[in-house]
Design a protein around this ligand. Structure first.
Ligand code: SF4
Ligand code: SF4
Length: 190
């Protein structure tokens, strides 16, 4: 899924490489299972084949690159990739790739409350072991009362319950066999 909204000027991915790790690819020239860092990616530095990267990599961006969210929301800091899927139809999916203190922060709570106030739907998703499909649940109603009433302890409890229950899911294999054969990129053995 690509995003048609313009990227924010003056915002770059910096050291973040979370989509190159947690978003699966299954292209003729590049396939990598969910949770496996792309073999062309350098931790903390980004794509080593930037000039010849696949078209999908050129057009996929997380929502932090297009919406004015604070720097705390950068996925490698927050542990959350805000997925672009559904954004233009009013649904926001928070792909929680690791649990961080940010999930318990006022900034996180206030942003979710404000999205709900604007009529957006919320979903939470978590990855399983490497090579399995993430699971996802729509939580607009489940978290809604705690968000609209300002009940932080209740929100924290419900959020923790949701993440725990998603993580206990029987994750299905994503069926992606690693393949790194981008034309004009250095050869990589797998
Ligand atoms: S997850 Fe977002 S900020 Fe991080 S590398 Fe991907 S597009 Fe950039
Ligand atoms: S080719 Fe580059 S941009 Fe695409 S997944 Fe690999 S490291 Fe990321």
């Amino acid at each position: 899924m690509t995003l048609d909204l313009p990227l924010l000027p003056d915002r770059t991915c910096g050291e973040c490489v979370e989509c190159c790790r947690f978003i699966p690819l299954d292209l003729p020239e590049l396939a990598k299972p969910t949770g496996m860092l792309c073999a062309y990616c350098v931790e903390g530095a980004g794509c080593s084949v930037h000039a010849v990267r696949p078209q999908t990599c050129r057009t996929w961006f997380c929502v932090w690159r297009v919406v004015e969210l604070s720097d705390d929301w950068r996925p490698d800091r927050s542990g959350i990739i805000v997925r672009p899927d559904g954004l233009t139809t009013g649904e926001i999916t928070l792909y929680v790739v690791r649990e961080t203190d940010f999930l318990r922060s006022d900034a996180f709570y206030r942003t979710l409350a404000s999205w709900l106030e604007q009529g957006l739907s919320l979903a939470l998703s978590v990855p399983g072991p490497v090579g399995t499909l993430p699971v996802r649940a729509v939580v607009t109603d489940y978290l809604g009362v705690a968000l609209t009433s300002g009940d932080r302890p209740m929100f924290d409890l419900l959020l923790a319950n949701t993440l725990m229950s998603l993580s206990a899911h029987a994750f299905e294999p994503d069926g992606v066999e690693p393949r790194f054969a981008v034309p004009d990129a250095p050869t990589i053995g797998v």
